[in-house]
Ligand binder design. Structure first.
Ligand SMILES: Cc1ncc(COP(=O)(O)O)c(C=O)c1O
Length: 412
């Protein structure tokens, strides 16, 4: 174990590379929270207000996270995928409806729409690697009900333009913030700009509880629905049992107190995590300097992004492929389930609905992703194509060494 500058005890596990930034900071606070819950014997999210044994980790997490995002409400759930699904269902999105989503995102952005009974309509991403607003506008039909801007790789989507389109066509906006907890877009925290913001707490995310999710909204009525959907129709912040007072159907996507304890401890470190990531990324960019034939991904908010990844955009896709090979990594297009053309089951499902989304369907996205390499800063994930790079604790020497390897591979 070692103590970081900020006093968080961090376990230096034998496996020195961890998948997400939050996982590096699992330490005494998470352990204390878990033990507090275990010693109380009260593992369930509900309990009596007068019961000292009830530690209210999930309630507190919801209250603190809503405050963090700057909205009235948060519901803690079991994954980012269910947070997205609950958002769709709360907005009444269902069979016959279309939802516009980016061609570069994690598969859950599509499955949450499909499991709501609606159809995801994919749109191009541009050099921000987030939805291209012009293409979104071009894909709106009378069946379109919502847009899902995905704040991909920790950088906010182009919200100003997307909110104008949503307003013009009367569309709902569900922000997929799974990869961007802690990011800001021109002063606004991601998740606070649409009807809903959906967050993931899986192991690859900026803050983590292993798995879990948070759904936020500023709307009282939507919150009532979302809470009911996550737990058999119950009303928000139910403490005891209710009989015969439910007016919507729900399922069980509750978070338990153990997960809540870890998530709460991690939430309290989130600002520290993003500050650290941004600083590490600045160092990496400075060490890389200017690379011939290569630019950095365009950021919508250079100081507000999470800084989890550093994406290089090559002028020539062939050059990107050569460099990826030299670094023993992949271009983004060759990475896993974040690229539409790598999702065989989604391709099959949409082809049955008359949408051909095989490679070539989104030429601008193909070109961008063929020409891009993700260097890790805090998210080390082969599935994102970010197996190579630095992490939240890399020393200045390690950052310099990684940058030197990249420069050598680019110039070879
Ligand atoms: C963009 C995006 N949306 C949604 C999800 C789903 O989150 P979870 O894994 O918690 O279900 C993820 C998780 O990787 C994601 O990256």
């Amino acid at each position: 174990m070692r103590e970081t500058a900020r006093g968080c005890f961090v376990f230096l596990l034998k496996k020195s590379v961890m998948p997400g930034p939050g996982s590096y900071l699992i330490g005494e606070d998470e352990i204390t929270g878990i033990l507090e819950v275990l010693r109380s014997g009260h593992l369930y999210r509900y309990g009596s207000a007068d019961d000292d044994q009830f530690k209210r980790k999930v309630h507190t997490l919801e209250a603190e996270f809503a405050k963090f995002v700057g909205v009235n409400h948060a519901v803690a759930v079991n994954s980012g995928t269910t947070a997205l699904w609950i958002a769709m269902k709360s907005l009444g999105i269902g069979p016959g409806d279309e939802v516009i989503v980016p061609a570069y995102t994690y598969v859950a952005t599509y499955t949450s729409v499909l499991f709501a009974g609606a159809t995801p309509v994919l749109a191009e991403v541009d050099d921000t690697l987030t939805l291209e607003p012009e293409d979104v506008a071009a894909r709106v039909t009378e069946r379109t009900k919502a847009i899902v801007p995905v704040h991909m790789l920790g950088n906010p989507a182009q919200m100003d333009a997307l909110l104008v389109i949503a307003e013009r066509y009367n569309l709902k906006v569900i922000e997929d913030c799974a990869q961007a907890a802690g990011a800001r877009y021109h002063g606004r925290v991601v998740g606070s700009m649409g009807e809903f913001g959906a967050f993931s707490l899986n192991y690859f995310k900026t803050f983590t509880a292993g798995d879990g999710g948070l759904l936020v909204t500023g709307d009282d009525e939507l919150f009532m629905r979302a809470f009911g959907l996550h737990d058999q129709g119950h009303k928000p912040h139910r403490l005891g049992t209710e009989v015969g007072r439910r007016d919507i159907l729900g399922m069980n996507f509750r978070m338990n107190e153990l997960t809540g304890a870890v998530a709460l401890a991690q939430l309290r470190k989130l600002n520290h995590i993003t500050e650290q990531l941004r600083a590490q990324k600045q160092k990496l960019k400075a060490a890389l300097g200017s690379l011939p034939g290569v630019s950095f991904r365009r950021l919508t908010d250079t100081t507000g992004e999470c800084g989890t990844l550093c994406t290089l955009l090559f002028e020539q896709p062939e050059h990107a492929q050569q460099v990826a090979k030299r670094l023993n990594t992949t271009t983004v297009s060759a990475s896993g389930w974040h690229v539409y053309s790598n999702m065989e089951h989604i391709i099959k499902e949409l082809s049955e609905r008359g949408y051909d989304i095989r490679r070539g369907a989104f030429p601008k996205t193909d070109h961008r992703l063929d020409s891009a390499i993700n260097l890790s800063v805090g998210v080390v994930d082969g599935g994102l194509g970010s197996a190579f790079g630095i992490n939240i604790f890399s020393s200045d020497e390690e950052i310099a060494a990684v940058a030197a390897k990249v420069c050598e591979a680019v110039n070879e």
